[in-house]
Design a protein around this ligand. Structure first.
Ligand SMILES: NC(=O)c1ccc[n+]([C@@H]2O[C@H](COP(=O)([O-])OP(=O)(O)OC[C@H]3O[C@@H](n4cnc5c(N)ncnc54)[C@H](OP(=O)(O)O)[C@@H]3O)[C@@H](O)[C@H]2O)c1
Length: 284
């Protein structure tokens, strides 16, 4: 496993196991399987509703806490200084741990400044080893880096071969913020797993499309979160570090960039409204 060192010296495995959309009843087993095949970096969020089950899976896996890197994210209904602080302790309790390796603000809406101040305080108290944000586009991450007391260590955003985020990555590099990729496979949208360019590169290296995509990201020094409930795919994804894409491969992948999200634009007013309305609808 390759690692990246964050701006504060904290070491983080380049490939993490994401538990978004894994049903609660399947999460503990998936996490135990992932730990067993070798994952040590796990990514959840308050809004995934499976922090408790992730905690159970990690405990049952028998892997020592100090060998794990665990990330969670604050949901917007918990924004504001006091609520965020309280919700961090709730997350810690659910995850059976007294510290988190990384805590992110999940979305750039609402009183995220107040929440971020809470993360900074918890970081200074040693409760959080690193802090950051998610879905902060170049304007917002620049604001977060320049108008707060601490440059976020990480910004987790959508990055995949159809939404490559080169400009966003350059901006983060300039600010000293580490990029993390969510939905590296675009959840299979736009025919990712049968894309001819990716298939061709896979054939050349005798690798699957999934492995090509993950290697493309890790070679760009982006931390990647991949999700699978199937043990053979967990293993396949983990075994993506022992080959290298060359300049031709990288250029070919660059040609399939659409510069567009495979999901939605966080700056779309209709989406902002949807996030707002979800709080009442989902009770979280
Ligand atoms: N911060 C955010 O707002 C945000 C948003 C979305 C996701 N995330 C994080 O990023 C993680 C990954 O994103 P994601 O789960 O949305 O999407 P993803 O990793 O791009 O795609 C997951 C899908 O790909 C399939 N898959 C996985 N490995 C495969 C392989 N080697 N070959 C073929 N299919 C494969 C999985 O199916 P099976 O499970 O059936 O194998 C699943 O349907 C999440 O779990 C979460 O931690 C964060």
């Amino acid at each position: 496993m390759e690692h990246v060192v964050l701006s504060n010296g904290v070491k983080i495995p380049k490939l993490g196991f994401g538990v978004f959309q894994i049903p609660r009843e399947k999460t503990a087993q998936a996490v135990m399987d992932a730990a067993q095949v070798g994952y040590r970096h796990f990514d959840t969020a308050q809004s995934y509703m499976n922090e408790l089950e992730l905690g159970i899976g990690l405990k049952e896996s028998g892997v020592k806490r100090e060998d794990l890197f665990v990330t969670s994210k604050i949901w917007i209904s918990n924004y504001g200084y006091e609520k965020t602080k309280e919700s961090v302790y709730t997350s810690l309790e659910k995850l059976h741990t007294d510290y988190l390796d990384l805590m992110l603000l999940h979305q750039p809406y609402g009183d995220w400044f107040g929440s971020y101040r809470a993360l900074v305080d918890l970081y200074n108290e040693g409760v959080l080893r690193a802090i950051g944000v998610s879905n902060f586009y170049p304007d917002r991450i620049t604001e977060a880096a320049l108008f707060t007391d601490m440059v976020p260590h990480v910004n987790q955003v959508e990055v995949n071969p159809f939404n490559q985020q080169w400009v966003a990555q350059d901006n983060m590099k300039e600010l000293g913020v580490q990029m993390e990729a969510w939905a590296p496979f675009a959840e299979g949208k736009n025919g990712l797993f049968t894309n001819p360019v990716l298939e061709q590169i896979g054939k050349k290296h005798n690798r699957s499309v999934g492995q090509v995509v993950l290697r493309w990201l890790t070679q760009r020094d982006i931390i990647v979160l991949a999700k699978s409930v199937r043990k053979e795919r967990m293993e396949e994804n983990l075994n993506s570090f022992d080959f290298n894409l060359d300049a031709d491969d990288m250029a070919a992948i660059k040609s399939i960039d659409t510069n567009t999200s495979m999901f939605f634009d966080h700056r779309d007013p209709a989406m902002v409204r949807r996030f707002h309305d979800w709080i009442a609808e989902r009770g979280i």
